[in-house]
Design a protein around this ligand. Sequence first.
Ligand code: CP
Ligand code: NVA
Length: 320
Amino acid sequence: MTTFLATKRDLLTFDDVTPEEIRRLFQRTAWLKQNRRIRSNQPTLAGRSLGMIFEKPSTRTRVSFETGMFELGGQALFLSSQEIQLGRGEELSDSARVLSRYVDAIMVRTFAHKKVEVLAEYATVPVINGLSDDFHPCQVLADLFTYEEHRGAITGKSVAWIGDGNNMANSWIQASAKLGFRLVLACPEGYEPESTCLARARQQAQQTGGVIEVVRSPRDAVFQADLVCTDTWTSMGQEAEQRKRQQAFADYCVDQALMATASSDALFMHCLPAHRGEEVTAEVMDGPQSVIWDEAENRLHVQKALLEWLMGVDIGVVKD
Ligand code: CP
Ligand code: NVA
């Protein structure tokens, strides 16, 4: 079962995975999900450890990685930056080298994306981005899997993103280029996704048929969309801007009237945590088109497949 990758692989952004690898990952994810409770499953990560550095709060990321490692026979170490020497100024590059002597992979949730890159550069074990200011690839992998679980292949479909051009938006942009679907982002002025991320993705999308557009009006983005996504207006680290953001995003609430302009079988997604009555109404969140709890659950299954792959376990689809 165990085969080691020739060189270490990281997951910092969607640039680190090919469409074929995503497909294999999803096949393995489906198997792990379906067979989660089978006691005779091989503990594929027995004896392995995952170090998890958190510089921001988390519910889903922490619990899904920790539970995932446990279910595969390994363990996860929660390393709050407040409680490790990193918080007292130990260099990230030194921390990366030290942790690599103990654990088999490192997951990090932090602010500047550059920090994730430095960690990956100096770590000799795989590094997983558990959210930076610029990207949240684990969540979008889980979201893509969730869409396909409900509706089949996302390639060729139309996805609407409503609100902030933030870390989640950037990962959706990269995913569109990777898997070839149409992504229309509706953002208020001054909150559009970063132009370099857009330009790079648009160039890559030429090979896959992906199309990425940025518009102002949520109605233009949602019209006939197969999937409608949103996220908080104030991401972690932006708390001081909360009032200003609430005003800027006031017209960007996903409500039932907006959902009604999407395709009749459109799904609604939110990575959570959500603010009912701000970026989404309670009616939509709790309504029949919402798959938010599946998204949260699928973090566990997708990340288990990801951990196996990055730690060098063959993720070929395992037969009973
Ligand atoms: N969606 C997500 O990453 O949630 P947490 O902040 O709770 O980890
Ligand atoms: N954009 C949000 C996502 C939370 C999972 C944030 O960065 O806070």
